[in-house]
Design a protein. Structure first.
Length: 227
């Protein structure tokens, strides 16, 4: 029987963000176990919407797992995807995860971070308390990934502190700041992070091949619970 991984991203009106998600889907398809199909889906903004993708997959198989291509717990993982799944297993968000921390640390170093800079871990933000917990855990994992600079979690929306305020506070203390873009792809939130005016801003995580390890780990664990 065919197995299906529904890879569900947020969705964006920015074409460069859509390109990154398609590139990540290509990576997932190239690394998929035998007999597993990877289906593209989005929870918001544009098609194919996850509800429609799940409905079409149900016509062919009941071996379906939804893996959010989202970095933290939030409304989409706790409400929208639960409704779309209709009882199907849903994997946790991709973060926090040590592999994500390694990728993010590489992006920070590529942006030119120095050991005595302040790193502002710049996340999208959410009204759900679990999202803040996830981001704060990622800040801890960055230290494990070799970032020796102080790391402050900050948010583009919904949660405090906001990214620009965190940058301003560090600068007021005489510290150079690097905004670590804790977003998957270019889009609205990456632009908010860039406007925070840190001394340097890292690139989004992007379609890094190492993400496949996280996605397939999430898929296997959720599928095992279903079994």
């Amino acid at each position: 029987m065919t197995a299906v991984l529904v890879a569900c991203a947020h969705g964006t009106r920015f074409e460069e963000g859509r390109v990154v998600i398609r590139e990540l889907l290509d990576v997932l398809r190239a690394t998929a176990p035998d007999g597993v199909e990877v289906h593209e889906a989005y929870v918001d903004v544009h098609e194919p919407y996850v509800t429609d993708v799940v409905a079409a997959a149900r016509e062919r198989t009941d071996d379906i797992v939804i893996v959010p291509l989202l970095l933290s717990t939030g409304y989409h993982t706790e409400v929208d995807l639960v409704e779309a799944a209709g009882g199907l297993p849903i994997a946790p968000a991709l973060g926090p995860h040590p592999v994500l921390a390694q990728i993010l640390a590489d992006r920070v170093r590529e942006a030119g971070a120095a050991p005595d800079d302040t790193v502002v871990l710049a996340a999208a933000g959410s009204t759900r308390p679990g999202a803040v917990v996830d981001v704060e855990r990622m800040a801890e994992l960055l230290a494990d990934a070799g970032i020796t600079a102080p790391v402050i979690a900050a948010y583009a929306a919904a949660s405090e502190p906001r990214i620009d305020a965190a940058v301003a506070a560090a600068r007021a203390e005489g510290r150079r700041t690097v905004a670590a873009s804790y977003v998957l792809a270019p889009g609205h939130f990456s632009r908010v992070i860039e406007r925070a005016d840190a001394d340097a801003t890292s690139a989004p995580i992007g379609a890094d091949p190492r993400l496949a390890e996280v996605v397939w780990e999430r898929w296997r664990a959720a599928r095992a619970v279903r079994a």
